[in-house]
Write a protein that binds this ligand. Structure first.
Ligand SMILES: *Cc1c(COP(=O)(O)O)cnc(C)c1O
Length: 464
């Protein structure tokens, strides 16, 4: 399976024609993109034959690992049977129905929020656009059209469409798009390392951070707030893991004011945190659950929203026509691949593995990084991990943003066959859930190597 590729040719065509997402085009054209040509298991290969351990699962999606023939077969078979048909005009298709029923059976009941219904899209961004539409429709139907404001958090990631980027809390994205759109507002993230006060425990901080939601609700006016949206663990923001006290307090507040809770689980669902859904890990009760990415392990684009009964009941019984949907809502091939992917996860018990012994080993090994001089703190939750690079460990002194310390470290990772993502001064991972102990050991060896090389380079540059 050796894929011969003319690297220079592909790179020049790439520069000439392909505008990459979240990329400084001129800068990339100057360097030439790395051409990824194939993948198997937990590894990807580039066109120069380098083998790289993919500790980001592509972009948080390839939970079941690369090279799954079953998924290719499911797509092939569905394409030959029915490659496409829409669901607009009182028609449906078998895989979309089966997958919706499967998701309903996997999503645990949370009282009046039990999840029996799915609204499909093709991505996380679109799904969050659908959330905004559904939340507004819900309150309109209940005769409270003044409830328009959705509260989110700084540094959250909810996608890149106009609504997705507005819900997200990325200042760089807001700055370039005249965003957020009206009626979306943000509170501070529960990042203990950054926002914890001297002497404050993580548990105390968790309650205080959740309290920012109540403050915001009161500032906006409780009768104007429609929903709160959050990721169980903030992913693209740098793997920000909330203290254990955070979610219970959030739950208390959303219940107190009767506002809807949207759990954006585009990263955290499908085994990532050791459960089918992220809300199970933290024990809260969302009304709407956004999913995408690992529903197909990234093999096909597919996303959607699990709609809890509280909302579904109103939309179904009082709604009339809902004027929203996508050409590819319930795409048969994507749904067939999703079904086959969930079958693999069930058969191989991937969520249970993360929840159990292999997840414990991952947590234990990753925690050893806390002894490295460059690491301020290293934490995991299920199969995500984050660490912050610091100048002075004892004093928790951080690097200057312009030092580009994360990018320096990422460079050393790539050079040595490891994919770890940099978010500012944080280095993050979300490996495929199929990782073995041996894979974890290899990952740790490469992380230590990259950290040591980063330390040497920072010293040479006078930054340490
Ligand atoms: C990736 C991501 C999205 C956006 O998904 P796309 O498929 O890229 O549109 C939304 N929310 C979260 C939490 C994500 O990680």
């Amino acid at each position: 399976m050796n894929t011969v590729v003319d690297t220079a040719l592909i790179q020049s065509l790439d520069s000439a024609h392909f505008l990459h997402p979240f990329t400084d085009f001129k800068d990339l054209n100057g360097r030439g993109a790395r051409v990824i040509t194939r993948a198997e298991g937990v590894y990807v290969w580039d066109s120069e034959g380098h083998r790289i351990l993919d500790c980001m699962s592509g972009l948080w999606c390839v939970n079941a690992g690369y090279g799954r023939k079953e998924l290719a077969d499911a797509a092939h078979q569905q394409m030959m049977t029915l490659p496409y048909y829409n669901s607009f005009f009182q028609t449906t298709n078998v895989p979309a129905v089966q997958l919706a029923a499967k998701l309903a059976s996997l999503a645990p009941d949370v009282g009046d929020r039990s999840f029996q219904h799915v609204f499909y899209s093709s991505s996380g961004s679109e799904s969050n656009d659908s959330n905004v539409r559904m939340v507004r429709r819900y309150w309109d139907l209940l005769g409270q059209p003044q409830r328009k404001v959705i509260i989110s958090r700084n540094n959250a990631y909810h996608g890149s469409t106009m609504a997705g980027a507005s819900l997200g809390g990325m200042s760089g994205m807001h700055a370039q798009g005249d965003l957020p759109i009206p009626n979306i507002t943000h509170i501070e993230q529960p990042y203990y390392f950054e926002n914890g006060l001297p002497g404050e425990t993580a548990e105390e901080f968790g309650v205080r951070a959740a309290g920012w939601l109540e403050e915001k609700i009161l500032a906006v006016g409780p009768d104007k707030v429609a929903a709160f949206i959050a990721e169980p663990v903030q992913g693209a923001g740098g793997v920000i893991i909330p203290p254990s006290t955070y979610w219970p307090e959030i739950q208390r507040i959303v219940d107190k004011y009767g506002i809807l809770l949207i759990s954006d689980e585009v990263i955290c669902a499908f085994g990532r945190l050791g459960h089918w859904f992220g809300y199970e890990k933290f024990g809260y009760k969302p009304d709407l659950v956004t999913f995408a990415k690992a529903i197909t392990s990234g093999y096909m684009p597919l996303g959607g929203v699990m709609v809890g009964n509280r909302v579904a009941k109103v939309l179904i019984e009082q709604g009339g026509e809902f004027n929203h949907g996508y050409t590819y809502s319930g795409h048969p091939v994507a749904c067939a691949v999703g079904l086959a992917n969930l079958e693999i996860m069930e058969r191989e018990q991937l969520p249970q593995k993360v929840h159990g012994e292999i997840g414990a080993y991952f947590a234990q090994r990753y925690a050893e990084l806390n002894d490295h001089p460059l690491v301020g703190v290293a934490e995991t939750c299920g199969f995500v991990g984050g660490l912050v690079l610091v100048k002075d460990k004892a004093r928790k002194t951080r690097f200057h943003g312009d030092d580009g310390v994360g990018m320096i470290c990422r460079g050393h990772c790539f050079q040595n066959g490891l994919i770890m993502r940099a978010v500012g001064d944080r280095m993050i991972i979300a490996p495929p859930l199929i990782m073995t102990r041996a894979d974890i050991d290899e990952m740790m060896r490469l992380i230590y190597l990259a950290l040591d090389l980063t330390q040497t380079e920072l010293k040479a540059r006078g930054l340490l």
